[in-house]
Every structure is written in structure tokens, then in C-alpha cells.
Design a binder for this molecule. Sequence first.
Ligand SMILES: [Fe+2]
Ligand SMILES: [Fe+2]
Length: 143
Amino acid sequence: MIVEKLIFDDYLKIGVETIDQEHSFIFDKINSIIDLNSKKPLTRNEIFDALHDFQEYQKYHFLNEEKLMNEIHYPNYKNHKEIHDKLKNIINLELYTLQYGTDIFDIDEFLIFIKSWWDIHICNQDVRISRWKQKMDELRNYV
Ligand SMILES: [Fe+2]
Ligand SMILES: [Fe+2]
């Protein structure tokens, strides 16, 4: 199966520079896994290493985003963090399966899932942080 690469289009930019840079880096990481796998199907160990590396960066990004939400007193913090935690748990489970399980790991299925997760999460959730931040910045100018 050919998994299409992700494009970090303008509609995915939320307008907070550091967050946009990290999102773009996450897309690069997903694309490099797609690239590697399309050249030569990855072994179980190679998939584990790629996913582990991805998980580490993702955790770093979630932490930064959660710090920002705290700083600006984002009202939906708890719910947003729970969504991050859910994805971290899903990937931890995949890593566990890769290391200890014996059933076939469908990398294409995983790549399609992670691509849509990021697309939907940025558009439905992360963009709301940016809107709230803008409101707070405006307020600071008036008060
Ligand atoms: Fe994010
Ligand atoms: Fe997020």
C-alpha cells in the first residue's frame, strides 16, 4: 500500500510560531517513516526504533504545548491534556506490542491513523489554544 506523505499546509498553522515549528517537525518525522518504509519494508526492530523516536519528540511537544496552555490559563486544559495522554498511551501500547507481541504489526495502518490524528487534532484542538491566546493578548492591551 502506498501511504501518501503529509503536507504542512497553511491551514495547519495555528499562528503560534514555536508550536507551528514543532508541528512541522512532527510531520517531517512521520514523512521520513513513510519514506523509509516505501523504499524497503521496515523490520519490526526498525519500526520500534522509529516509533520510539517519534513518541519521544511527541512527548516533548505535548509538554511544551501544555506549558503554554498553563501560562495563558487556557480553560480547556484538562480535556486537551487528556487527548494528548490518550495518544501517548496508544503509542506506548504499540511499542509494547512491537517488543513483546508476535502478531503482525501493520505499519501502513498505523501511519494512516497517526496522519489523521495529527490533522484532526491541530484543526480541532490546537487552533483553539491559539484563539484563546489571541484573546488574552488583546485583553492585555486594553486593561
Ligand atoms: Fe500540538
Ligand atoms: Fe495539542
